[in-house]
Structures are given as structure tokens and as C-alpha cells.
Design a protein around this ligand. Sequence first.
Ligand code: FES
Length: 185
Amino acid sequence: METGLSLPHLLTDAKNRCKMRRVAQFQLRVNGAAHRVTGEAGDSLLSVLRYDLGLTGAKFGCGEGHCGACTVLLGGEAARACVTRLGAVGDRPITTIESLESNGRLHPVQQAFLEAEAFQCGYCTPGLVMATVGLLSMNPDPSADDIARALDRNVCRCGTYPRIVRAIQDAARHMRGAGAGGRQP
Ligand code: FES
């Protein structure tokens, strides 16, 4: 009986699917390491990070750029990975939350979130931490208003915003105190 599952058939089928998907290779620099990934230019950076590179710290929330759960740094600035297209990344370095801890020590922003208990379910926390790291790299002494403006679109459904603001200001103080020794991603 003809099943249509011969090797040549499967190879042709795979090739046709690749052609239909306009698959190409892309070079990404993620957390300081070079990665070659295969995908479409229109694939979301979030799916590449999570499913191709196994970096699951950035979360899928809304998938539409509204909630911030997927925030990573792209070229040092906070970016929504769910709406960032693979083909638009170029040679900008990508930093994910997996790279913040170093030698068993949390990044000051992570440590401050922990100490201020600035989360409940924790789903939004990686995105908030990355958005904070991006904010503090540009504004080392943000006021509560600065923080509210910068993190306006990072949603915490548990409503821990007062603790988040406190954590960010604690982290900022700590990093200013550490001066040049304050770790940067
Ligand atoms: Fe990317 Fe909501 S999942 S902004």
C-alpha cells in the first residue's frame, strides 16, 4: 500500500514547507554568545528565545506588546520580544534575564525585588526586572514618577506596584553606591 511517507517524499515535503515559510538563517548575539538560528524574518524574537534557545525567562503574556512580560534588552534598551521580529534584530545585542545573575549572585535589581517582596505570582517579574535594568542604565536615580512613566506598560496583575517602585529605588540606591563596581548587564 502506498503511504506517501517515503524518505524522498518527506524531504521534498520539508523543502516545500521551508520554501513556503521563506526560512533563512540569522545570527543573534544573546547574553554575550553568538547563536545561529533558522526561522522566518517575521518570527517573534520571544519564540526564538524560548523555543530555539531554551531561554524561558521572558514570558508570553499578551503577545501584542501591551503587558511587558516578554521584556528583554535589545541594544541595551528595553524591548518587547513578542512583537520584535527576528529579521529586525540585526546585530543589536540581546540581553535576557538569564544573564543577570553572576557567580551565584543576583543582580542588584533582582536582589531588590526579592528583598522588597515585589511580586506575588512572579509571572511579570522577569519583564519588570529587565525593564528596570534598562531604565537604570539611562536614569540611575529615577523618581517615583519616572518609574511609573517608564514601566507604565509593564502589567502586574497581582498589584504589587508600591513594592515594585520601592524595589527599583532600593536597587538604584544600591547601584549608585556601588559606583563603577555596580554590575551592568
Ligand atoms: Fe509581550 Fe505582553 S507578551 S508585551
